[in-house]
Design a protein around this ligand. Structure first.
Ligand SMILES: [Zn+2]
Length: 423
């Protein structure tokens, strides 16, 4: 039996011979150094796999930090929050969807204006560091960024209220680089019901269905995180392209309306979609969710209270939520939740529908992260944990990013077909 070290060295040597550019050689050199320092075969193999593939996170609220009055520098390692270039690099995260988020009760032209301001902020902040991160609109852009060892920055609009009831805005968002739109946020929009509001439209209205068709036409992925179950089934029926849930977990393990039931996950997968697992503690751990609801009256009521305190200051929301949570943990009112819960949700979904339909949508910088998965630098743990469970390299690659690329590719194809049929 050959030693782990010998196998790693052999594989690296082959990769070295075939590597077309210095970047790949450098990555393998790093992986080799790591392998020699880590005698455990699985740890070394996992590290190597993780740092040689696409690791794409479909939901990050880091955009709110660009809005903040206190300066936030994406290129510096920050003591707080979860995302910046140094920690993304350390964690091998090479694709990020910056979320465009505004309060769910802001509607009409003001909603459009605020969304455009945030899109501009993402684009200008990304443009500051062209050696490390680059705006990507297409799968080809993501692949190109990866080949240059750069992070691909993408955008998702978190809430259909940001089109201000004007369907033409979908086209404008697409032109500016938005690649997915969540149909609603915590509150119903004027055309779609949310999972955390009282249903008023019985899912999607006729206009809501037109919005989905227009998103298909513009190549914007239909995101069904946050929507009511009926909205999900309506969107699934109308959409010509596969959907994804950009940041939702499994309701079978934690009964939260933000999560997906097994039936929903199966229906999503049957049409080629992906559930991108959210790491938020109250979405992954039943005991935490119940205790949090008891202590704070539930997430929506808590957000209403914070709204009074913080107004539109997203960073104030984050800060206050964190403070409240820390206080409740210290008082013993909330249990500890560790990162392995995320693995349980990935594994549940994979057992249910297969590795082709599961991905990562952390909710970093917008939610309470479990212990051990506090920021992007911790992501290699996921790869190692899946490998220890016996997942194949190919399945792990799908979960880490290839499934997201497949859904993006399908959305691009449907868009091209619809535009060719009806220019
Ligand atoms: Zn969200």
């Amino acid at each position: 039996m050959r030693s782990a070290r010998a196998i790693v060295t052999f594989v690296s040597a082959v990769a070295f011979l075939f590597a077309a550019n210095g970047v790949v050689r450098l990555q393998h050199a790093k992986a080799d150094a790591y392998a020699s320092a880590h005698p455990d075969d699985i740890a070394a193999r996992a590290h190597k796999l993780h740092f040689s593939t696409y690791v794409i996170d479909t939901h990050d609220d880091t955009t709110q930090r660009f809005l903040s009055k206190s300066p936030f520098d994406l290129s510096k390692r920050n003591a707080d929050g979860s995302i910046d270039i140094p920690r993304m690099k350390e964690g091998g995260m090479n694709g990020i969807f910056f979320s465009i988020w505004i309060d769910g009760k802001t509607m009409g032209p003001e909603a459009i204006k605020q969304a455009l301001d945030q899109i501009d902020l993402v684009r200008t902040n990304v443009a500051k560091y062209p050696k490390d991160i680059v705006l990507a609109r297409t799968v080809e852009d993501v692949r190109h960024a990866h080949s240059q060892n750069k992070i691909a920055a993408l955008m998702g609009v978190e809430g259909g209220h940001m089109i201000g009831n004007d369907i033409h805005i979908v086209n404008i968002f697409a032109d500016l680089g938005v690649r997915y739109m969540t149909l609603s946020h915590f509150y119903n929009t004027e055309w779609s019901d949310s999972s955390t509001d009282k249903p008023t439209h019985n899912g999607l209205t006729d206009f809501g269905k037109d919005v989905v068709r227009e998103m298909n036409r513009q190549g914007i992925i239909v995101d069904i995180s946050h929507v009511s179950d009926k909205t999900f089934y309506d969107a699934l029926e109308v959409s010509k392209a596969p959907l994804f849930a950009s940041h939702s977990s499994c309701r079978a393990l934690c009964d939260h309306p933000r999560d997906m039931s097994d039936d929903m996950i199966k229906a999503l997968a049957a049409k080629g979609g992906v559930i991108q697992i959210n790491y938020e503690k109250s979405f992954i751990d039943q005991a935490y969710k119940d205790a949090y609801a008891k202590a704070s009256g539930g997430v929506v009521q808590h957000l209403d209270e914070l709204k009074k305190k913080c107004g539109d200051d997203g960073e104030c929301f984050e800060r206050e939520m964190k403070k409240d949570e820390e206080k409740l943990i210290a008082e013993g009112k909330l249990p500890h939740v560790t990162w392995e819960k995320v693995i349980e949700h990935i594994d549940h979904a994979v057992k249910l529908v297969g590795a082709d339909h599961v991905g990562l949508g952390s909710d970093f910088d917008g939610a309470n992260m479990p212990e051990g998965l506090e920021d992007a630098s911790k992501l290699p743990k996921i790869t190692e944990a899946l490998m220890r469970k016996g997942y194949s390299d190919s399945d792990i690659r799908k979960i880490l990013g290839e499934n997201t690329l497949r859904v993006m590719e399908a959305a691009e194809k449907v868009s091209a077909e619809m535009k060719a049929q009806n220019p």
